[in-house]
Design a protein around this ligand. Structure first.
Ligand SMILES: *Cc1c(COP(=O)(O)O)cnc(C)c1O
Length: 468
C-alpha cells in the first residue's frame, strides 16, 4: 500500500515511512492511494470474531509488508490485553435500534487509548527493527497526553515529552500523566495556556536543526496509524449488528474529525453505512459547515467536553480530499485560502455531496448536562459529556429509525466527574484498577512559557540512546 499527500505535492511513501513522518512535506496529510475493499462475504466473515481478530483483518491491508500477519496478531493481542473489558469495546443496547459502543476500557479511560496503545507498540516494533530512536513531543489539553504516555511508557527506543498547561487540565487528566514514572516519560507543566504549549511544539517542529538533532516525531491525530486502529470500531459494531445485511448509522462526538473519518473509511471499504452524525459542543464549526457549506473560525470557548474544544479539525482535510475527488492541488488552494481568511465557502454541489452522508448537531453545556440526566433516568447508564453530545446529536438527526444507530461513547464518566455529578447527582467511580489514582505519587517539571527553556530541558533529559 502506497500513501499520497492530500495536497498532492509530497513524495509517495510506504506505511512505515508515513508512520515515522507525520505531516507531509507539502503541509498535507497522508492517505492511502486507494481504499482496500472487503466483499460482502469478507464482512460476513467478521461475525463471531473477537475484537483482536477483527482488528488484524481490518488493519492488515493498510500495513503492507511492515510485518507478517502473525507478528501483527501478536502485537494486537498485546495491545488490548490490559483493557478492562473482555469485549474490548462492548456494544450495549440502550433502546429500540439504539446502541452505545463503549470505547473507554483502556488505561486512560478515553477512546484515544485504542489507537495510541497500538501506535506505541508499532513505533517500538519499527524502531527496534531499524535500530533507531525517536523523541516524541506533544502538547495536550488532557486526553491525548495521557493516552500517548501510556502507549509509550517503558519503550527504550522512544523518549516522550508532553507539555500541559499548568493548572488547566483536570486532576484526573493530570494524574494520569504525572503518576507514570518510567525514565522515558517526561511531563512538563508549562506556565501558560494550551495554545502556548501547542505553539511551542509547532516551533520545535519548525526548528529544523532541533528537529533533526532529537529526531522529533508526533503522536497527534494526523498520524495515519491512529485512524487505521479506529476503523476497527465500525466493522466490529457492524459484525455484531448483522452487516453486511443490515445497514447502519453512526453518531460520533467530534473534535479533530479523526474518529468519524475512520468510520468514513470503513464505509469506503465496504461497510454499509447510511449516515454519519457529527456531534459538537459550542465549538460548532463543523455543525455550521454541514448546515451552510461555510467553514468559518470563530474562537474557542471552554466547555465541559474539553476534548472537543477545537476550532480547526485537522483530519477534516482528509475528508475534503475525498469530497473534491482527490484533487490535491485544489485542497492545497482551499486550505491556503482558509488559513489566510479564516473562512471558506464551498460550492453547493460539494455541500450536497457532504450532506448526503453527514449530518451534525451541537449542544451547549446546559443541554449536555440535561442529556446526561435524561439518559441516566431512562436507562440507568451514566455517560460522560462527550458521549452525551454524540448520543443527543444522533437522536435529533437520525433519518431512519429502523436502521440501528450506534453512538460512540468516547470517555468513561469518571474521567469528567464534576460535570457528570452536577448533571446526575451521582458521583462516577473510577474503575477498580485506577481507584488509587489520587494517592499515587506525581512527578513533573514546571517550566516557564519559554521555548529556549523547554528545548534545553528536552536536550538535557533525552535518554542515552536519543542523546545527540
Ligand atoms: C479526542 C476525543 C474526542 C474527539 O475525537 P476526534 O477523533 O478528535 O474527533 C471525543 N471525545 C473524547 C472523550 C476524546 O478524548
Amino acid at each position: 500500500m502506497k500513501y499520497v499527500s492530500t495536497r498532492g505535492r509530497a513524495p509517495v511513501l510506504s506505511f512505515e515511512e508515513v508512520l515515522l513522518t507525520g505531516l507531509a512535506r507539502d503541509g498535507g496529510l497522508y492517505v492511502p492511494e486507494c481504499w482496500p475493499r472487503f466483499s460482502a462475504d469478507d464482512i460476513r466473515g467478521f461475525q463471531g470474531l473477537s475484537y483482536t481478530e477483527t482488528a488484524v483483518r481490518v488493519m492488515a491491508p493498510f500495513l503492507g509488508d511492515i510485518m507478517t500477519e502473525d507478528a501483527l496478531a501478536d502485537l494486537v493481542e498485546d495491545t488490548y490485553a490490559n483493557f478492562d473489558h473482555p469485549d474490548v469495546a462492548p456494544l450495549k443496547k440502550l433502546g429500540e435500534a439504539e446502541w452505545i459502543m463503549e470505547l473507554f476500557h483502556g488505561p486512560t479511560l478515553a477512546f484515544k487509548d485504542y489507537a495510541l496503545q497500538f501506535l506505541g507498540r508499532l513505533f517500538g516494533y519499527v524502531l527496534e527493527k531499524r535500530g533507531e530512536h525517536l523523541t516524541i513531543v506533544g502538547a495536550t489539553s488532557g486526553d491525548t497526553g495521557s493516552a500517548a504516555i501510556e502507549g509509550c511508557r517503558g519503550r527504550d527506543a522512544i523518549d516522550i515529552f508532553i507539555l500541559h498547561p499548568e493548572g488547566r487540565v483536570t486532576e484526573v487528566q493530570r494524574r494520569q500523566m504525572t503518576t507514570v514514572h518510567e525514565p522515558n516519560v517526561h511531563n512538563i507543566a508549562v506556565q501558560g495556556t494550551f495554545d502556548d504549549c501547542q505553539d511551542m511544539v509547532k516551533a520545535m517542529f519548525n526548528d529544523q536543526a532541533f528537529r533533526d538533532r532529537c529526531r522529533l516525531s508526533a503522536v497527534n491525530s494526523i498520524n495515519w496509524a491512529r485512524i487505521v486502529a479506529q476503523i476497527v470500531f465500525y466493522f466490529r459494531a457492524g459484525a455484531q449488528l448483522g452487516a453486511p445485511e443490515t445497514p447502519l448509522c453512526f453518531t460520533v462526538p467530534t473534535g479533530n474529525f479523526g474518529n468519524v473519518f475512520a468510520g468514513y473509511v470503513a464505509r469506503e471499504m465496504g461497510l454499509p453505512v447510511e449516515q454519519f452524525i457529527v456531534g459538537a459542543n459550542r465549538n460548532d464549526i463543523l455543525t455550521r459547515f454541514f448546515l451552510s457549506g461555510r467553514l468559518e473560525i470563530t474562537g474557542v470557548v471552554p466547555t465541559i467536553s474539553p476534548s472537543m474544544d477545537i476550532q480547526v479539525s485537522s483530519n477534516f482535510e482528509r475528508m475534503l480530499f475525498e469530497l473534491i475527488d482527490r484533487d490535491g492541488l485544489r485542497v492545497a488552494e482551499t486550505m491556503d485560502r482558509f488559513r489566510e481568511q479564516g473562512a471558506f465557502s464551498f460550492e453547493p454541489d460539494l455541500l450536497a455531496k457532504a450532506r448526503s452522508l453527514f449530518d451534525s448537531d451541537s449542544f451547549d453545556d446546559d443541554e449536555t448536562k440535561a442529556v446526561i440526566r435524561t439518559i441516566y433516568e431512562e436507562t440507568g447508564e451514566l455517560i460522560d459529556p462527550h458521549s452525551a453530545i454524540g448520543l443527543a446529536a444522533g437522536r435529533n438527526k437520525r433519518r431512519n429509525r429502523n436502521i440501528p444507530m450506534v453512538a460512540m461513547a468516547t470517555a468513561h464518566p469518571a474521567k469528567f466527574p464534576q460535570a457528570v455529578e452536577e448533571a446526575s447527582g451521582i458521583h462516577p467511580e473510577l474503575p477498580e484498577n485506577m481507584a488509587d489514582l489520587y494517592e499515587r505519587k506525581e512527578h513533573f517539571t514546571v517550566l516557564s512559557n519559554d521555548l529556549a527553556e523547554v528545548q534545553s530541558f528536552i536536550l538535557d533529559n533525552l535518554s542515552e540512546r536519543g542523546a545527540p
